[in-house]
Design a protein around this ligand. Structure first.
Ligand code: NAP
Length: 297
């Protein structure tokens, strides 16, 4: 039976550290990190993500500002809001909650965020910096995944990591991070064009599965003792639950946990880490602001 990698526990420990740093920033510099979240429309899932981010900010003593725009807001109106926040001295991080309504171009909006306030790590400048190993805001879910592997006590360097999924927000950046010199893993990236994924996962010391399909990874696809990071969040209809569904990851829990050395649960694994790394990035942005202010005075 494998060890459960407790994302809630790691997240709580990191948030306590962040809260301490925030109170030190207030005491030493008289400023607090500020995160602005723009929400266009009222998609229920987006509303609940935004609420969770605001609550997390409050818990660590950060300022959060929610900017709500109607679903029929124009791209130009949204871009104007982003530019206003780029210039706002109290705001260290800007997050535009995705997905956006169809009539708004996601790329144009992301591109408009100042790379210095891009705490999601989604702008081309930060993605490029990550790829060439420069200091940057690392994308939150991939960064959280690396922290979870380290927390499990696994030395990443020299290991073979297989990533399933090649999205721009999870698969590709996590593969890039694991291959960076700091992690130093050998990385294989699988996707729907990979004919036999099991031939790769069976050789893997670390498997990150981010396909958005329950059952993508099964125990018979794993090498005994492998570390499994399950990023997937899938709603499985379940009449026995009050809300009518339960959450499941992309890894089949029963068979994978019987073979893996350590595995993240869903929920309670990767999920809590994403917002934690967002707080982390916002803190780093505020530290950079304090440094700039000190060098100008
Ligand atoms: P996505 O944009 O839909 O990308 C899924 C990727 O998986 C695609 O590259 C796709 O390949 C690949 N894929 C799908 N089915 C596959 C299969 N059967 N075999 C191999 N590859 C397969 O999804 P995403 O945004 O990366 O998210 C992935 C999952 O993680 C979702 O369940 C999402 O809800 C979850 N998630 C969780 C968090 C968190 O904080 N916990 C954060 C982000 C995402 P192609 O490119 O060939 O189509």
């Amino acid at each position: 039976m494998s060890t459960k990698i407790d994302g809630k526990a790691l997240s709580a420990a990191l948030r306590a550290e962040i809260a301490q740093s925030v109170s030190a920033m207030r005491a030493e510099h008289g400023i607090a990190p500020g995160l602005a979240v723009i929400l266009v429309g009222d998609n229920p899932a987006s509303v609940s993500y935004v609420t969770a981010k605001e609550r997390a900010c409050a818990e660590v003593g950060m300022l959060s500002r929610e900017i709500r725009m109607p679903a029929d807001a124009t791209e130009e109106e949204l871009l104007a809001e982003v530019r206003r926040l780029n210039a706002d001295q109290e705001i260290d991080g800007i997050l535009v909650q995705l997905p956006l309504p169809r009539h708004i171009g996601e790329k144009a909006v992301i591109d408009a965020i100042s790379p210095d306030k891009d705490v999601d790590g989604f702008t081309p400048v930060n993605v490029g910096r990550m790829m060439i190993g420069e200091e940057c805001f690392l994308p939150c879910t991939p960064h959280g995944i690396v922290k979870l592997i380290e927390f499990a006590g696994v030395e990443i360097a020299g290991k073979h990591a297989v990533v399933i999924g090649r999205s721009n927000i999870v698969g590709k950046p996590v593969a890039a991070l694991l291959a960076r010199r700091e992690c130093n893993a050998t990385v294989t990236l699988c996707h729907t064009g990979t004919p036999d994924i099991a031939q790769f996962t069976r050789q893997a010391d670390i498997v990150v599965v981010a396909a958005g399909r329950p059952g993508t990874l099964r125990g018979d696809m794993l090498k005994p003792g492998a570390v499994v990071i399950d990023v997937g969040v899938n709603r499985i209809p379940d009449a026995t639950r009050e809300r009518g569904f339960r959450l499941a990851g992309d890894a089949d829990w029963e068979s994978c946990s019987a073979v893996a050395g350590a595995i993240t649960p869903v929920p309670g694994g990767v999920g809590p880490m994403t917002i934690t790394m967002l707080l982390w990035n916002t803190l780093q942005a505020c530290k950079a602001r304090a440094k700039r202010a000190a060098s100008q005075s």
